[in-house]
Design a protein around this ligand. Structure first.
Ligand SMILES: *[C@@H]1O[C@H](CO)[C@@H](O)[C@H](O)[C@H]1NC(C)=O
Ligand SMILES: *[C@@H]1O[C@H](CO)[C@@H](O)[C@H](O)[C@H]1NC(C)=O
Length: 249
């Protein structure tokens, strides 16, 4: 449930020639410019502020708060087994992020972009319903959760490939990677399940005392989720306009 879909947004559009519609919304950087990395830092920072509320014309969903309807999780590790369904997940805080650095490596057949990010605070909330077992002990619970995280440091890594569509070259983003380091995390849970209600306080305490371990265990699920969201959102930008990200000519 720590899968704060810090989803992303790649507001950066690289463009080699000419005006494109997308410039109405986003800052465009010239891919062949020697200053492209500095330009990208500004473009991404600006892009996040614009994409916070979404860009309808480009099909970009609001990214802050970012809302995800559902996320299912199944976890198994030795004697521990958890099945959980998260609903109405809401992640807030991305728009207060700063972009610390950006590095683009792109040529005729490959595209690789790294963006170093810092977010002072991100909170995630939602509803959960699920059950877990530890050896013979079985617990089900349902309720709401809220998680506050501070000082998140992470790098977005986007990999893509040029693709020709109707004689125009676009970049299709194939993967999106991030693995945030989080400095502190505070979790609050409510539990409406009568059979486990009295264990709630203990559960919350255990989660808060062991959040680092839990976060590490849950990261692979979160990263799979972020990869899907990040790739989809990035392609809303990269595959949208003919001129976006053309090869230098
Ligand atoms: C625990 O719950 C799961 C799923 O609800 C169930 O399949 C399993 O048999 C239960 N185990 C015990 C020991 O009650
Ligand atoms: C998270 O932060 C909000 C706003 O500062 C606060 O109201 C809430 O109690 C915090 N929740 C937790 C679990 O710390």
């Amino acid at each position: 449930m720590f899968k704060q879909s810090l989803c992303l947004l790649i507001a950066l559009v690289l463009n080699c020639n000419g005006a494109v519609d997308i410039e109405k919304y986003l800052k465009v950087c010239a891919r062949n410019s020697p200053d492209v990395n500095d330009c990208l830092v500004e473009a991404v920072e600006y892009g996040i502020s614009v994409m916070a509320d979404g860009i309808k014309d480009l099909g970009v969903p609001p990214v802050d708060p970012y809302v995800q309807k559902e996320l299912r999780l199944e976890y198994k590790n030795n004697q521990v087994q958890v099945k959980m369904n998260n609903k109405d997940i809401r992640v807030e805080g991305l728009k207060h992020s700063t972009v610390r650095d950006a590095r683009l490596r792109a040529d005729e057949d490959s595209f690789h972009l790294e963006i170093d990010m810092y977010s002072p605070a991100v909170s995630m909330s939602g509803k959960y319903e699920g059950g877990g077992s530890y050896n013979a002990l079985n617990i089900t619970a349902r309720g709401t959760y809220q998680t506050n995280m501070t000082d998140l440091v992470y790098t977005w890594k986007l990999d893509g490939k040029p693709e020709t569509i109707n004689n125009e070259v676009y970049v299709r983003i194939k993967s999106f990677y991030m693995r945030p380091d989080v400095t502190s995390m505070k979790v609050h849970l409510t539990n409406d399940s009568p059979e486990s209600k009295e264990l709630t306080e203990l559960g919350v305490r255990l989660v808060n005392e062991n959040w680092k371990v839990l976060y590490k265990e849950l990261l692979p699920f979160a990263m799979t989720n972020w990869n899907k969201i990040g790739t989809k959102v990035a392609n809303k930008v990269f595959l949208k306009e003919k001129e976006v990200l053309q090869r230098g000519r």
